[in-house]
Design a protein around this ligand. Structure first.
Ligand SMILES: *Cc1c(COP(=O)(O)O)cnc(C)c1O
Length: 496
C-alpha cells in the first residue's frame, strides 16, 4: 500500500508521517502539513453505498493515516463514533424542498465540530504511543464558543490527556457558556478570561511558544498540543462525511454511481470545505463546491478577485462560527493553486502577516473553478430559514441558513439542477434565539430557554440531550482570570 508522508506548505524541514503530523499540529516552519500525494478510494461507489458511516470513515482514514495499523484505526473510530451520537447514522442526509441536508449535528455538542473532535483525542493518544512519547498530552485552547465545548467533550476523561479551555467572559452566548462551565470531565479546566477572544488566542499562542513553560511542563511529563482545525487529525475525519453523503444519495437512488453532485458549505476557517476538496481528489464525483459566507465575506472576495484582504470591518452576525477574517486552512488550498510552490506560499503568508493581504494571479485562480463563492446577509439568511420552514416545516440553524440562501440564489442564477447537498453544521437548538426570530419575528423574550421551548413547538422535534443537560446542570467551572493570569492558571491546574 502507498505510504503517505506529510510536508509543510512552507517547505522547510523534513517530511513526517501521519502520526507525527497529528502530534505536532503545525509544522516547525509555521506552515500546514499536506500529504505528498492524493490517495484514491479503493472501493467503487456502489460498494461504498452499502457501507455504514464507520466503515466509510475507515476507508478514508486508512488512505491518509498510512502509518496507523488497521487495529489502531478501528480503535480510534469505534471509540469516537458511539452512543455519544444520537443516531446510528451519525450524519443523516435528509431531503427537503428539493435539496439534501447532511445533518452533522447529532454529536455531543450538536455542532459539526463533533465529527472530528470526537476522534482527534484517540488519534492523538495512539500517535503518542506510536512515537514513544511518554508525556501526557495537555490541550490548550482559546475558544470563541463552539470549538471549546466540542474539544472538552472529545477529551473529557480520555486517559493520558488533560484539557484547558479559555473563553472570553461575556464574549460567548449564554448557552455556549453553560455548555462549557458544566463540563464534568475530571481532566478538564474551563476559565472565563476578562478580555476578548483575540486576547485569549494571542496569550495561548504565546504560552505554546514559551520555552520556560515548555521545559517546566516537560519535567512533569506534560506535552502541550492544540486541537485547532489545522491539525490533519481534524481535517481528514471530515473528508469521510463527504464520501458518506454521496454514498447515501446512491443508496437512496437519488443519483447513479458516478453522477456528479454539488456541496454547499457554510465556511469560516475553510476546514470543512477543504476536507471536501480532498474527497474530490480521492475520486468522489463532485461538480461544484459552493462556498457560503456571511457578511464577513473575505472568502467571497478572494474567489471573485484573487486577492485575499482582511483589512475590512468585522461584523458580529447570527452565525458567529463564520465570523472570521483569517481563514487559516485556506493556506493549504492556496498552496495547490500556486502549483505546490513552497517559496511562493512563504512570500504570500508573510504579506498576509505584514499587510493583511495577498494576491494570486488569474491563471492560478483558474484552478479554483470548482469553487463558486456566495454570501448571504443577515436578512437573506433569516428570510431563507423562514421560507424553508413555511414550505416544509423543516428548521435549520443560522449557519446552515447562510448556505441555504446562497444555494437558492446560485440555483436561480445558474439554473444548475445538479443534486446538491447542503452541509448542515449546527442544530437549530444551538442558535434558537436567532432561528425563532427568523421564523416568528414577533416572538420576544429575555431567556434563551424560552426560545428553545418555542423551537420545540414550531419544529415539532425533541430537545437534544445537549440542551436538556444544561437546563439544570451544576456549574462546575467558576473561575475567571485576567489575561496576565492565564499562565499561572495553567501551572496551577497542572500542579507544576
Ligand atoms: C466552525 C463552524 C463553521 C465553519 O467551519 P470551518 O471549517 O471553519 O469553515 C460553520 N458552522 C458551524 C456551526 C461551525 O461551528
Amino acid at each position: 500500500m502507498m505510504q503517505i508522508q506529510y510536508k509543510s506548505t512552507r517547505g522547510a524541514g523534513k517530511t513526517v508521517n501521519a502520526s507525527q503530523a497529528i502530534l505536532k499540529g503545525l509544522a516547525d516552519d509555521g506552515g500546514l502539513f499536506v500529504p505528498d500525494s492524493f490517495p484514491k478510494i479503493d472501493k467503487n461507489l456502489t460498494e461504498l453505498s452499502r457501507m455504514n458511516y464507520k466503515e466509510i470513515v475507515f476507508e478514508v482514514l486508512k488512505k491518509f493515516f498510512t502509518d496507523f495499523t488497521e487495529e489502531e484505526l478501528l480503535f480510534c473510530i469505534n471509540s469516537a463514533y458511539d452512543e455519544k451520537f444520537d443516531t446510528e447514522e451519525f450524519a443523516p442526509v435528509i431531503e427537503k424542498d428539493g435539496k439534501y441536508f447532511m445533518e452533522l449535528f447529532h454529536g455531543p455538542t450538536i455542532a459539526f465540530k463533533d465529527m472530528a473532535l470526537s476522534i482527534l483525542p484517540y488519534l492523538m493518544i495512539t500517535a503518542s504511543k506510536k512515537n514513544n512519547n511518554k508525556n501526557d498530552i495537555v490541550i490548550l485552547t482559546a475558544t470563541s464558543g463552539d470549538t471549546g465545548k466540542a474539544a472538552l467533550a472529545g477529551f473529557a476523561d480520555v486517559v493520558h490527556t488533560k484539557i484547558i479551555v479559555f473563553y472570553p467572559k461575556g464574549g460567548v452566548s449564554r448557552i455556549q457558556e453553560l455548555q462549557m462551565v458544566t463540563e464534568q470531565g475530571k481532566n478538564t479546566c474551563v476559565i472565563g478570561v476578562n478580555g476578548n477572544f483575540d486576547d485569549c488566542q494571542s496569550e495561548v499562542k504565546r504560552l505554546f511558544n514559551d520555552p520556560a513553560l515548555r521545559e517546566l511542563s516537560g519535567k512533569s511529563n506534560y506535552r502541550f498540543s492544540s486541537a485547532n482545525s489545522i491539525n490533519i487529525g481534524r481535517l481528514f475525519p471530515q473528508t469521510a462525511y463527504y464520501v458518506w453523503a454521496y454514498s447515501r444519495l446512491v443508496n437512496a437512488g437519488a443519483v447513479k454511481a458516478g453522477e456528479k453532485i454539488n456541496f454547499v458549505v457554510p465556511t469560516g476557517n475553510f476546514g470543512n470545505i477543504l476536507a471536501g476538496y480532498y474527497a474530490k481528489q480521492m475520486g468522489l464525483p463532485i461538480n461544484k463546491f459552493i462556498c457560503a459566507s456571511n457578511d464577513n465575506k473575505v472568502l467571497f472576495d478572494f474567489f471573485k478577485t484573487g486577492t485575499y484582504d482582511k483589512n475590512r470591518p468585522f461584523y458580529l452576525t447570527s452565525s458567529p462560527s463564520m465570523d472570521i477574517l483569517i481563514s487559516s486552512n485556506l493556506e493549504r488550498f492556496v498552496y495547490y493553486l500556486a502549483g505546490e510552490d513552497e517559496g511562493k506560499i512563504c512570500g504570500l503568508m508573510s504579506e498576509l502577516k505584514e499587510k493583511g493581504k495577498y494576491s494570486i494571479s488569474s491563471d492560478e485562480m483558474l484552478k479554483a473553478e470548482d469553487f463558486v463563492p456566495g454570501f448571504a446577509t443577515e436578512d437573506e439568511c433569516a428570510e431563507g430559514i423562514k421560507k424553508l420552514y413555511d414550505k416544509s416545516g423543516y428548521v435549520i440553524d443560522t449557519h446552515t441558513g447562510v448556505a441555504n440562501s446562497v444555494y437558492d440564489r446560485y440555483k436561480k442564477e445558474t439554473g444548475d439542477n445538479t443534486p446538491s447537498v447542503i452541509v448542515s453544521t449546527a442544530s437549530p437548538y444551538k442558535f434558537a434565539r436567532a432561528v425563532i426570530r427568523a421564523i416568528k419575528p414577533e416572538f420576544d423574550f429575555e431567556n434563551d430557554f424560552d426560545f428553545i421551548d418555542e423551537l420545540r413547538s414550531v419544529s415539532d422535534t425533541c430537545e437534544p440531550e445537549a440542551i436538556r443537560k444544561i437546563r439544570n446542570a451544576e456549574i462546575i467551572h467558576k473561575k475567571t482570570c485576567e489575561i496576565s493570569e492565564m499562565e499561572s492558571e495553567v501551572k496551577n491546574f497542572l500542579g507544576i
